[in-house]
Design a binder for this molecule. Structure first.
Ligand code: ADP
Length: 153
């Protein structure tokens, strides 16, 4: 049978315990998941360094060969086709996520040759976690250890 490869696209600025949960649960459905960090070198609009984030995520998942980590700077659909991925994996926390995801899933289906987006509802214990809140807490010196699955200085 053909391998089921999914791309988990996002900014991952930073990668959170919520993201990690989606990946681990996604592996019950897919044979392989590529965590794909969308990043434009020229825009550089990130809070956490992208290379540092790649290294931390790779290290976190180093014992599981089914998980890959890549940075990309192109359409998600194009990246997926290049990697023979027929699925996108996304997490859903609330209706705000839904409104946004609904539109991009349809665009990706159109652009990516029937690329299917598969949504996992967030585990309640991680539903409050968002990268934007973590950035804010970190910026003002707050403790983010319980929100991120690795240490960040
Ligand atoms: P983007 O910049 O595309 O919104 P993010 O890096 O913020 O990407 O998130 C990537 C994916 O992970 C999105 O589908 C988002 O809804 C999902 N996600 C973010 N936080 C959580 C969480 N706490 N639980 C489950 N899914 C989440």
């Amino acid at each position: 049978m053909k391998e089921r490869i999914a791309i988990f696209p996002g900014s991952f600025d930073p990668y959170t315990k919520g993201h990690e949960d989606i990946v681990r649960r996604g592996l019950k459905i897919f044979d392989k998941i590529i965590i794909a960090i969308g990043y434009n070198v020229h825009k550089r609009q990130r809070y956490f360094d992208v290379d540092m984030m790649v290294e931390k995520i790779r290290h976190l998942h180093k014992d599981d060969p089914r998980i890959g980590v890549e940075v990309y700077n192109e359409l998600t659909a194009t990246f997926a086709v290049k990697h023979q991925a027929r699925y996108l994996l996304r997490g859903l926390r609330n209706t705000t996520d839904f409104e946004y995801e609904n539109t991009i899933a349809q665009v990706n289906m159109h652009l990516g040759n029937d690329l299917e987006t598969v949504f996992l509802i967030t585990s309640p214990k991680y539903a409050h976690i968002s990268s934007s809140v973590i950035r804010e807490v970190h910026q003002y010196g707050g403790d983010i250890a319980n929100l991120v699955p690795f240490e960040i200085d």
